[in-house]
Design a protein around this ligand. Structure first.
Ligand SMILES: [Mg+2]
Length: 254
């Protein structure tokens, strides 16, 4: 038996990813890869563009366990790849250009997606919001401040990885049952799958540009608790319907 209060409290906590969910991010990397290819071409590295991108990607994945996610990690991978692809002939001047590139990325303006602030204001009326983002602690916190969106969030969590264990720990610390948690984000691997596997709910908003590493498929068995939408502005209506239909389906009984 459901009463109106239970319906209204269907979600005790609503999580948002930040990069490429609320603001542009991947296009900075996209532009940086292009500049990296130009640096390599200028030092005469005999490689095709696709090969260079592939090598950068391989280096990044290999380095995740050492440096984690974020721009500092990315630039170390660019420098390492440049050394490999020039057989050690890359100059100090070129390495300095890559370091300069990373500082420009770190200082770049935060450009919000359409309707980000309005959507957070409306979804925040449903339940408390938590920003959950992975990467460099200093940079991610700076972006939250610069975004102008900090006040919409009751909690901000900057994590090194977005795994099932990390989400479980966050929910435990906040006393939230996974079935009462909804996560919204652009990455199936980081924002959607681990939350569904825990028993939570997820809304996937695919971004125009995403790092290939973040792609994954949602198994059919988990699709009941996952929706896909194309933009932030539809979230208030979709979450409203989700609360109704999940109650009608008998989910989240407690
Ligand atoms: Mg993201």
């Amino acid at each position: 038996v459901y009463n109106i209060l239970m319906l209204q409290n269907r979600f005790h906590l609503i999580g948002f990813d930040a990069d490429d969910t609320l603001w542009h991010n991947e296009r900075l990397y996209h532009d940086a890869r292009a500049r990296f290819r130009a640096v390599l071409a200028a030092c005469g590295a005999p490689y095709e563009e696709d090969d260079i991108d592939e090598r950068v990607n391989e280096t990044e994945l290999r380095n995740l366990e050492f440096y984690g996610y974020g721009i500092s990690s990315f630039v170390l991978s660019l420098i390492e790849t440049s050394i490999e692809l020039t057989s050690g002939r890359i100059s100090g001047t070129d390495v300095r250009e890559l370091i300069q590139l990373s500082k420009e990325m770190l200082a770049a303006d935060v450009e919000l997606f359409d309707d980000a602030a309005d959507t957070l204001a409306r979804v925040g009326a449903v339940g408390p919001l938590m920003l959950i983002t992975k990467g460099d602690l200093l940079h991610q916190r700076a972006k939250v401040q610069r975004s102008g969106l900090a006040d919409y969030f009751r909690y901000v969590e900057v994590v090194s990885h977005k795994t099932e264990e990390i989400y479980a720990g966050i929910l435990q610390r906040h006393g939230v049952d996974p079935s009462r948690f909804l996560m919204i984000g652009n990455s199936v691997r980081s924002d959607i799958l681990p939350v569904l596997q825990l028993g939570g709910w997820a809304i996937h908003i695919p971004a125009a540009l995403s790092w290939s590493h973040e792609h994954a498929d949602v198994p059919d068995a988990l699709k009941d608790r996952c929706l896909v939408v194309d933009r932030l502005a539809v979230l208030p209506a979709v979450i409203g319907r989700l609360r109704q239909s999940s109650a009608a389906a008998g989910a989240g009984r407690d």
